[in-house]
Design a protein around this ligand. Sequence first.
Ligand SMILES: Cc1cc2nc3c(=O)[nH]c(=O)nc-3n(C[C@H](O)[C@H](O)[C@H](O)COP(=O)(O)OP(=O)(O)OC[C@H]3O[C@@H](n4cnc5c(N)ncnc54)[C@H](O)[C@@H]3O)c2cc1C
Length: 297
Amino acid sequence: MEYNVIIIGAGVAGMTTAIYLKRAGISCCIIEEKAPGGQLNYISTIENYPGNNKISGTDLAYNIYNQVNELDIPFLFEQVKEIKKEKEKNIIITEKREINAKYIIIATGRSPKKLNALKEENFLGKGVSYCAICDGPLYKDKEVIVVGAGNSAIKESLFLSNICSKVTILVRKDEFRGRDNIEELRNKKNIIIKYNSEIKKFAGKENLEKVILKSNEEITCNACFIFIGYDPATEKFLNLNITNQEGYIKTDEYCRTNIKNIFAIGDVREKEVNQIITAMNDGVVAATTIMNNQILL
Ligand SMILES: Cc1cc2nc3c(=O)[nH]c(=O)nc-3n(C[C@H](O)[C@H](O)[C@H](O)COP(=O)(O)OP(=O)(O)OC[C@H]3O[C@@H](n4cnc5c(N)ncnc54)[C@H](O)[C@@H]3O)c2cc1C
């Protein structure tokens, strides 16, 4: 199997770059291990995507995926295990096959960080969650906890406050890091904010029933939603030596890594701002760099 460009990851970055490449007549294929949309599938409401006052993450993912499909861009639903560099050849190894490509674009994004508190793993799918839009509706009229202090924690707390009877936000320090919608958050009657609070342990019989804080205070709850940052999905590419200390891929302004014809775009790339539009922007930059460069197979 051979394509001019293989894109690893079908988040907004990967799908945007595919649209630009295909429309320029450059053959490409997207490899995705889960569902198209990546992190979009975890966002309840997006209010900063120009052209849409409000759109759910899943709707935006679906719209972009439809556009990719209409362009007949091939999709492989499998996991990329490794990239091998052999002289001028770039080889992608998935669980099912090996594919040669002139160019590889890594768009594998990142995923929510775990808290690493005691028994967190035990309650996965039983009260501990990293996605309000996926699991929030399961806790209608119930009491939940949110952990986090950034914009995602604020936004997802507001979303949960419309479903759940009570939302207690645990903030590690004495203030929020995020600034968006902070007034709205403070005015919500069923949101309680507890500063200087960290979870030590999750507890319950079958399902989560309470969290125990480092101060030993116990808070009863039906679920705990965690929004404390991200881990870049680069563990499969560590052999290439293209990551920084935090695991993000280093690139130049054209999204090129220091390996010839291997690019990185979107949230997996070392950069300051991680938003839908900036991920899309990277996709456009990488695609146009390849178009301008094209010495195709
Ligand atoms: C809760 C939440 C709220 C947010 N709210 C907003 C907002 O309001 N506005 C905004 O602009 N941004 C928001 N963001 C950020 C925004 O969603 C991201 O910046 C953007 O979606 C990143 O897109 P991406 O394509 O770079 O990566 P991702 O969306 O992470 O996509 C990467 C894809 O690669 C796939 N993948 C990973 N490894 C492999 C592998 N080895 N093989 C095959 N496939 C692989 C993954 O399954 C995934 O589908 C939010 C994020 C979260 C989590």
